[in-house]
Design a protein around this ligand. Structure first.
Ligand SMILES: [Zn+2]
Length: 342
């Protein structure tokens, strides 16, 4: 077991990022989260903190993909076969956070088929990659804008379908790969193509806090954490537990949360005012607002829920200067005020 991670509840400020991560934890179908910001703003800390806060998951013992024994539809081939012989043994494991390093080969990411063994011995042999380890958890890419476009495309495809398919020379292997994709980027170090930007569900901006009190809190907490991780985590345990309870309640409530036509109309007007292409923007805005409503214990999605996620759901889908973050944030804010009122 690794050392105690920084508690999610102890993260100072960064409200937009925290909300986006909570939304993704409640409803993974919003699509991944892009986190833009300077180095040292705690992007990867926040993802790790969130994963550590989630309850451990029940996984089939010996399964390379950590299949959920209760979710037969998502089982891998091995689990299907093993289940025929009786109940699958299971144990609790932490929700995985897998780092995708820059420069990782495609084989390392998707897994490698051993063609030689297949040809010589007629055995299908597959070495699972990072996507297998990320199943049911988070895949974190630092500096996603420096990753090759085709790899980013592939990751988004797998995240959307929940399945990784590897095909080489007529051989094919498929396995479950359901994960929340979190990409961090520094807009000054290379751009993501607009087509790729648009495929991420939410985008958020993180900054070093500008006010004195927050900066003091950041330094104090970081210092206390590094001197005594266990003690620090203990001090924040009940606040973290409260967030965990909120996430679990929101997940349970989500299927019953209603989206009235009037809310959808507001979302559509907002997207029209901003000139976003296609329906992806509206769909994401609706799903994110529904997750927020659920987190707040509301049975209905209303305009205030739209407001809270409008910038995250839309700023990376604007046509001009998609990476001019300050500009696009201001444009979304203006449209929100015009369409939804001040
Ligand atoms: Zn399995």
């Amino acid at each position: 077991m690794s050392r105690a991670p920084f508690p999610f509840a102890a993260i100072v400020g960064q409200e937009e990022m925290k909300l986006a991560l909570l939304v993704a934890a409640v409803d993974a179908s919003v699509g991944g989260v892009l986190v833009f910001g300077d180095r040292g703003t705690g992007k990867s800390t926040a993802v790790r903190a969130l994963a550590a806060l989630l309850p451990p998951m029940l996984a089939v013992i010996g399964c390379r993909y950590g299949c959920d024994p209760a979710d037969a539809e998502a089982w891998c081939e091995d689990c299907r076969q093993r289940s025929a012989a009786g109940e699958l043994p299971a144990h609790h494991v932490p929700v995985p956070v897998v780092d995708l390093p820059l420069g990782a080969t495609e084989d390392r990411v998707v897994g490698a088929l051993d063609l030689e063994r297949a040809l010589v011995r007629g055995e299908k042999s597959f070495e699972p990659g990072l996507l297998a380890r990320a199943n049911r958890g988070f895949l974190y890419i630092d500096e996603v804008n420096l990753l090759e476009d085709h790899l980013v495309d592939l990751l988004i495809d797998v995240a959307a379908s929940g399945e990784n398919v590897v095909e080489r020379e007529g051989l094919s292997v498929r396995h479950p790969a359901r994960f929340v994709l979190i990409g961090s980027g520094n807009p000054e170090e290379g751009e993501l193509r607009p087509q790729l930007l648009d495929r991420f569900g939410l985008s958020v901006e993180v900054r070093t806090p500008a006010d004195l009190a927050s900066r003091i809190d950041v330094v104090r907490r970081r210092d206390a954490f590094e001197r005594d991780r266990t003690g620090f985590a203990e001090g924040w345990r009940s606040q973290d537990a409260a967030i965990r309870a909120r996430i679990l309640a929101a997940r349970a409530r989500l299927p019953c949360v209603e989206v009235p036509d009037a809310t959808l109309a507001s979302a559509a007007r907002l997207c029209m005012a901003l000139g976003t292409d296609g329906l992806r923007a509206e769909l994401t805005l609706m799903r994110a607002a529904r997750a927020v409503a659920s987190l707040e214990g509301s049975a209905v999605v209303l305009v205030p829920h739209l407001r809270q996620v409008a910038a995250s759901a839309l700023r990376h889908r604007l046509r001009r200067d998609p990476l001019d973050e300050a500009g696009s944030t201001a444009r979304v804010a203006r449209a929100v005020e015009e369409v939804l009122g001040p």
